[in-house]
Ligand binder design. Structure first.
Ligand code: NAP
Length: 524
């Protein structure tokens, strides 16, 4: 039995009690255990702030980027091992594991590359400055400086590598040390990544800490210079952001939570066209990749009423080809859900929507036998397509996130305005994908859809060849959405770095300010 350890105050810590088991979801075998009992969370935070913080702030942004590059390389060197461990311990197929592991190394490498353009800087300029007086002699300039705290990264179970790496990349570049607290159920992969980074000696002391097991009283030790970057369910997000200490200390919080993402087929997209093929390819992938346990997965499929039966039949046929089972089997294309709780929650969600009137097109609220899994074991469900007769018929379609391979077909009258209204019923999403070659139609949908989403994926024949799918979170684009999605913002190039910095307005002589912030002065 493997016992995961925490890495705090510069040393590995092994708990002796309070363990939670980690279960292989493909077989239900107990494979590891984790506990944070006995970890001194306050000391861990102080060590990160006092030792890791100054070490990072001493470096230029390009040098911090150098650390990210070394981290990316250290993880990439053991890619095969990490892929194997992901399959063995989290139930993902090898292909889905790559999405997480390569996403982690790729995002670290991206931010390393970005840092090169920042060179010797230790602060970020926030736009150009302004004359505040009669002339530019009295001048104002906003800059971002590193916060002097620790960035606590609390992540969901579905991305044990990318989840921490995308946050860490931005925090490190900003100059903040991190304390990683992954979801316990899949923490083995995260612990392995942290061990690799620590053993490779690519993180200065105090810059990287890790908690195996529950967060304990971690939040009670956070203060005004710290950041809490959370990804997970809306209910946990609410608990964390309303924690007394977080509120009283004005700890900066970013929340990435639930999302009922929509894919919208526009009426101009005719059968057999490039955009039509793209729509089916991507919707099926966004429903089934990582068994639908992706925050960006498609949950609602909006289709013009007169195309509903055609789309339903084609999607059902493609979803019928999905092979559900133990990801160690080569023929398997979709693994199990990650935990018993996830399975129960998914089955409950499907039942709720069906009992409220939705029709089951394929799949359903049933645990199934996975190919290559021990009899009756493993948290398997079929890819499930539901259908409603109108957007209003089952309100839960727009409010209950079913975190599994499940989506619902929703007919609309073909107008951009009606589609926009249905998208908005989700009360805030990470991404909506629009499949249309009609610019006017997209333009009419845009204002409302843009207000309710963090990202709009405008799929058309012109970009089909390079289309990565709406579910891929690219580090150059913002990740996060309003309302139900948590109201957070991550990534988006340098925008994501700002979360870990304090914006300060400097007022004074332009010459002095330009020198202090490292800008060439044009004032004589
Ligand atoms: P979760 O149950 O909310 O847990 C998320 C994280 O919070 C875990 O690390 C968990 O640790 C920790 N946690 C739970 N209670 C806590 C507390 N009182 N104090 C401190 N930490 C606490 O979510 P999940 O089941 O892992 O993930 C599924 C959800 O995440 C879905 O709703 C999905 O939409 C959302 N998600 C969103 C995004 C996004 O970017 N918007 C991305 C991925 C997932 P333990 O595991 O130790 O309990």
């Amino acid at each position: 039995m493997v016992t995961l350890e925490s890495y705090v105050s510069g040393a590995w810590f092994r708990a002796s009690s309070g363990f939670r088991p980690l279960i292989d979801p493909s077989t239900e075998a107990e494979i590891a255990q984790a506990s944070s009992e006995g970890v001194d969370m306050g000391a861990a935070c102080r060590f990160a702030r006092d030792v890791g913080g100054p070490a990072l702030r001493d470096l230029t942004m390009a040098e911090r980027g150098g650390l990210l590059s070394a981290m990316s390389k250290a993880l990439a060197e053991v890619r095969e091992e990490l892929l194997d461990l992901s399959v063995e311990s989290t139930g993902v197929t090898r292909r889905d594991a790559k999405f997480d592991i390569d996403g982690a190394t790729g995002t670290l490498a991206f931010y390393s590359h970005l840092s090169k353009s920042l060179g010797d800087a230790r602060v970020l300029h926030d736009g150009s400055g302004d004359a505040l007086g009669r002339s530019a002699r009295f001048y104002g300039q906003h800059v971002f400086v590193p916060r002097h705290g620790v960035a606590v990264l609390i992540d969901a179970f579905n991305f044990p590598a990318w989840g921490f790496a995308e946050k860490l990349a931005c925090a490190f570049l900003a100059g903040m040390p991190v304390l990683i607290k992954p979801a316990t159920s899949t923490a083995w992969v995260t612990e392995r990544c942290v061990r690799i980074l620590v053993d490779a000696g690519v993180t200065p002391p105090g810059t990287l800490s890790f908690i195996a097991g529950s967060a304990g009283d971690l939040l009670s030790h956070l203060g005004p210079q710290d950041v809490l970057a959370f990804t997970g369910s809306a209910s946990t997000g609410l608990d964390l952001r309303s924690h007394e200490r977080i509120l009283s200390q004005s700890v900066r919080v970013n929340v990435e939570a639930d999302s009922l993402n929509a894919a919208v087929l526009a009426p101009d997209v005719v059968s057999g066209s490039d955009t039509y093929s793209l729509f089916f390819r991507e919707v099926v992938r966004e429903m089934t990749q990582k068994s639908g346990q992706k925050c960006t997965a498609v949950r609602r499929i909006l289709v013009p009423q007169d195309r509903l039966s055609e789309v339903r039949d084609e999607l059902a046929s493609r979803l019928g080809d999905v092979v559900v089972g133990n990801p160690r089997e080569e023929a398997v294309t979709m693994g199990p859900l990650t935990t018993a709780d996830q399975l129960a929650d998914t089955l409950e969600g499907i039942s709720l929507v069906v009992q409220s009137g939705a029709e089951v097109v394929c799949g359903g609220a049933e645990r199934v036998q996975g190919r290559g899994a021990p009899d009756g074991k493993g948290y398997y469900v079929d890819a499930t397509l539901l259908s409603v007769s109108s957007a209003e018929q089952v309100p839960a379609v727009h409010s209950r996130e079913i975190f599994g391979p499940v989506a619902t077909l929703v007919p609309y009258d073909g107008s951009a305005e009606a589609a926009a209204g249905i998208v908005a019923l989700g009360q805030g999403s990470l991404v909506t994908s629009l499949y249309s070659d009609d610019e006017d139609w997209v333009g009419r949908l845009l204002p409302t859809a843009a207000a309710w989403n963090g990202r709009l994926y405008l799929a058309s024949k012109k970009m089909a060849e390079q289309a990565p799918g709406s579910g891929l979170v690219l580090p150059l684009s913002k990740h996060g959405g309003p309302g139900r999605a948590g109201g957070g913002e991550e990534l988006g190039g340098l925008r994501g770095v700002q979360l870990y910095m304090n914006r300060v307005a400097l007022q004074g002589s332009k010459t002095m300010i330009d020198r202090l912030v490292g800008k060439p002065s044009d004032e004589s």
